[in-house]
Write a protein that binds this ligand. Structure first.
Ligand code: HEC
Ligand code: HEC
Length: 273
């Protein structure tokens, strides 16, 4: 007749050996009577119980204390450079991103990730993010309609300011340079969903962007109207335009125009997202 196995001695034996406790001779004698298969099974069962306990502990710790990967949380990595809520002022170099058209922002994030625009720190942040996630991040900043700070102080001579204003508002038809407002909106606050405004940006940033288009460091959708325009402008014209733009106050309603002009003044791939 087979005697039913009693679990007690097996548990004792396994626990003792796990804990590394040396037993008296009577206990050793008891262990020598145990069968190997149930002994191993008991040991395995105990290991499984410990692992399950650890997993349960770890997951409850994550639920309670760990930082969730939300958009707002990820955006904190951006606001370190772009200012709280992405509202960097025109005083430094880093551009404001709050309230820009969502299609424009998403296109820029893809461009930094894919190398059509150059900013190493941002490229590292964005490298593993999908187009869909970048669109969400863009939507988050586009929806932040927060006030603009005062514009930068005026710079340059009267003549250079007049030159800047003329190029922005009238262009130079003889040299095939349309007015900037023909695409960036009569209020210069951009056009939904993909054309950015030109106000509230640092002067140095504006100069750098037009320079980057001239040298091919910034590339937009073909036909790349901004690259063509930047090449048609003289360096002193770029400075004049940037000086004039950076010193303009924002209109009361700083949002981008909702509707595009009836025709764009020249073919331009990135007027659509
Ligand atoms: C290390 C500082 C830094 C961090 C962090 C950073 N940016 Fe930038 N960002 C810049 C700089 C500098 C530029 C201007 C680059 C250039 O010269 O073209 C820029 C440009 C941009 C632009 C283009 C704006 C425009 O008007 O074309 C967008 C959009 C942008 N950043 C979004 C983000 C987002 C979203 C994050 C967070 C995921 C982020 N940035 C994190 C420094 C940073
Ligand atoms: C034919 C339409 C068109 C005209 C005309 C035009 N732009 Fe643009 N501009 C665009 C588009 C579209 C973009 C967005 C490009 C992209 O997606 O990178 C842009 C982007 C820019 C940017 C980048 C803004 C930022 O936040 O990084 C600057 C600066 C700019 N334009 C300046 C000018 C100036 C100055 C003029 C006049 C000399 C001008 N543009 C005329 C269509 C135009």
């Amino acid at each position: 007749m087979v005697r039913p196995l009693s679990v007690g001695p097996y548990l004792r034996a396994v626990l003792w050996s796990f804990l590394g406790i040396r037993r008296r001779e009577s206990a050793t004698a008891e262990q020598q009577r145990l069968k190997p298969v149930p002994l191993i099974a008991t040991a395995l069962a105990l290991v499984v119980v410990f692992v399950l306990l650890l997993v349960a502990l770890a997951s409850s710790a994550t639920a309670a204390g760990a930082v969730p990967d939300t958009l707002g949380q990820r955006a904190l990595a951006c606001t370190g450079c772009h200012g709280p809520q992405g509202r960097a002022t025109p005083q430094g170099y880093v551009p404001r991103i709050a309230g820009k058209p969502a299609g424009y922002l998403a296109a820029q994030l893809r461009a930094f990730r894919d190398g059509q625009r150059q900013q190493d720190a941002m490229a590292r942040l964005l490298v593993h993010l999908s187009d869909d996630y970048l669109a969400e991040l863009a939507g988050y900043f586009a929806a932040l309609q927060v006030p603009y700070p005062a514009p930068a102080p005026t710079r340059g001579t009267d003549a250079s300011r007049a030159m800047g204003q003329r190029l922005v508002q009238q262009g130079d038809a003889a040299r095939n340079i349309p007015a900037c407002i023909g695409c960036h909106g009569t209020a210069m606050t951009g056009v939904e969903p993909a054309v950015p405004g030109l106000l509230g940006l640092p002067r140095d940033y504006l100069v750098a962007q037009l320079g980057a288009w001239r040298t091919g460091m910034r590339v937009a959708q073909k036909p790349d109207c901004m690259a063509m325009l930047a090449q048609r402008l003289q360096p002193q014209e770029i400075t004049a335009v940037a000086d004039w733009l950076a010193a303009q106050p924002l209109p009361a309603s700083a949002g981008a125009a909702a509707r595009p002009p009836s025709t764009w003044p020249m073919p331009c791939g990135s007027t659509e997202p």
